[in-house]
Design a protein around this ligand. Sequence first.
Ligand code: SF4
Length: 413
Amino acid sequence: MWQIRHRAGSLAALGSYVELPPDISEGIARHGDEYQFSLTPYLLKTLVNSDGTIDLDDPFTYLFFPPFEPFNVRADVYEATKKINWEMESEICVPGSQLWQWKYTDRICYRSKGCMSICTYCFQAHRTVDRNTIRTAVKGDWELGMDWLREHPQIREFLFSGGDPLMQTDDRLEEMLADVRSIPHIETIRFNSAFFMHSPMRITPRLVELFKRYNVTEIGVHVVHPRQFTEEAIESIHRLDETGVLRLVQIPLMRGVNDNLETLKKLLEISEQHKLKGYYLTHGMPWTISADRFRTPVHTGVKLLSALKRHLSNVAFPEYVIVARGGKMQVPLERSTLYINREDIENALVWTLEDTQIQLTTVLQDALVPGDSGFYKVQGTPEFIYTTYKEIPIVVFKGWKGWEVYMDDLDSD
Ligand code: SF4
């Protein structure tokens, strides 16, 4: 894989592709102490101007570069990447390995390490960006997982995710797919990958043949912006036409990048045109390097999808989700004013961002109606609430593991 071997993985390597202003070089050097930096030559080519410069005022380009502010300003955000974004320890199911995650009741996810490029909004930062992570790979990870899988007949769905699973060579993928298909109770095989947009030449004829031969069921294609649909990217998506693999588009919602009607509509339309079915529009995760730079108010996503409702076919329409404890939660597309009676929630607990549980009434304290009415006035639905906590915007919702809190951003409404 030429693109992987020639990645710009250091400041020096990046300098051979593009002219960098000093403050940017400083930012990357600082970032490099603890966090990986990497861009494929293909991705760089799509970001660099014809005169060899790079425009970091362009929010899309900035997605792939670390923040350049001094550490003392952003330390909280950097530290935050050490957290593992709702990947619950109880789901890391194979003893001796950190790469296997049991999701829902019947799905196993093999989260291979590493990625071809590093996106600063990556919610698998602990597997891609962070140099000091507990999610390390060890020799024998795969075999341990296969043994575990043979003993768990309730698992029917196998998900290759990451990092990016297409970092494996075709030879290695063939061995892995043969192993998975040798287990009779595995019915469906899915992949998630961003290679189509970061290095489309990775979709080789051999890979296409493997997908066909091992009856890969679905592939989630990770896209952020319409301009990623270059000729090469489009061609790589259509290489899968003959396989019959269902292609689904997964989009992180990023402030200033794709959180406006025109861009999102175009992105979903062009995806459909190239046989990528709308799947997920994902609200930004709290613990990523870019969290504060690119977090969009949850309600912005709701307004965008509501506005698109009658202008896109249902095939193109994604589900707006928040990655939460125990699995993704759908964000309701409605928001009304609600009055919640204190008595109804008196004993309810809520998971905080710090992974502790506190009283739901504490989290709703900013919304308490003055006087002794015992009512909280909030926005949302009975199980998805927009409010503030200590004046910071949050959403509180009932997920798979009970009530939980998520960071929101200031909404102009
Ligand atoms: S896993 Fe996806 S989001 Fe994370 S660095 Fe790789 S391509 Fe980017």
